[in-house]
Ligand binder design. Structure first.
Ligand code: SF4
Length: 225
């Protein structure tokens, strides 16, 4: 694992995640959580455009978002796809923030506590909860996503079946609890998946992980057959 991490870090450098417009503080933590909801089943570009719309409408706090009629909120979130469902999820999250007494209260406690609290919210699944816990709460957890499944299956190093908890438990056990490292791991996997280890046409010739990848051995053998 260390070798893969070092290679990715060397190739791409430290990643500045999570991308936000707000300065460090509660507003930034709230924005990160909104982004984690808005990027569900969509590329980050769409989520970022929806966040920009919210900023343009002055809706950067739970109170301001809840003041918007739901159809208006839906229109602002349209670039993120599934915008009516996301409007309901965002509203539910804003209500949870206010019920908790603020974003910092919602994110207070150790990683397991925060994650369980977030998972209990409507519209928040494991990937979203882990993204919020790690990037907004700055608590140790591992975010599993399609890029992680693809990369470790291609490398020939899946920790088991393609299952969220299987991957998360394995990687947390291997990687430890350093928040910066966990932050970088997920961000680097995403960067590699978007830039080099593409879904349909992976750029293996340009890949720093090529010497340790089973996928290329499989495709080379097929090419030679
Ligand atoms: S060698 Fe190809 S398949 Fe393997 S990790 Fe790199 S891009 Fe992905």
């Amino acid at each position: 694992m260390d070798g893969i991490y070092r290679a990715l870090l060397e190739a791409y450098g430290p990643q500045q995640w999570w991308p936000t417009a707000a300065e460090d503080g509660p507003e930034q933590r709230f924005e990160i959580c909104l982004g984690a909801i808005l990027t569900q089943n969509t590329a980050w570009r769409g989520a970022a455009a929806a966040l920009e719309n919210l900023r343009g409408a002055g809706a950067t706090t739970p109170e301001a978002i809840l003041d918007l009629p739901e159809p208006v909120l839906g229109e602002l979130l349209r670039p993120s796809g599934y915008f009516n469902a996301k409007a309901r999820k965002v509203r539910a999250f804003c209500e949870a923030v206010l019920d908790a007494g603020g974003i910092d209260a919602l994110l207070a406690g150790d990683a397991d506590e925060v994650r369980a609290r977030l998972l209990a919210l409507w519209g928040v699944g494991p990937e979203t909860a882990d993204a919020m816990t790690l990037y907004a709460g700055r608590k140790p957890t591992f975010v599993v996503d399609a890029y992680a499944y693809r990369l470790f299956e291609r490398l020939g190093r899946p920790p088991g079946k393609r299952d969220y908890d299987t991957y998360r438990t394995y990687f947390l056990g291997k990687l430890g609890t350093d928040v910066w490292t966990l932050n970088q791991w997920h961000a680097l996997i995403v960067r590699h998946g978007q830039q080099i280890c593409l879904r349909t046409k992976p750029q293996c010739d340009a890949c720093i992980l090529e010497p340790r990848c089973e996928f290329t051995r499989g495709t080379s053998a097929q090419d030679e057959a």
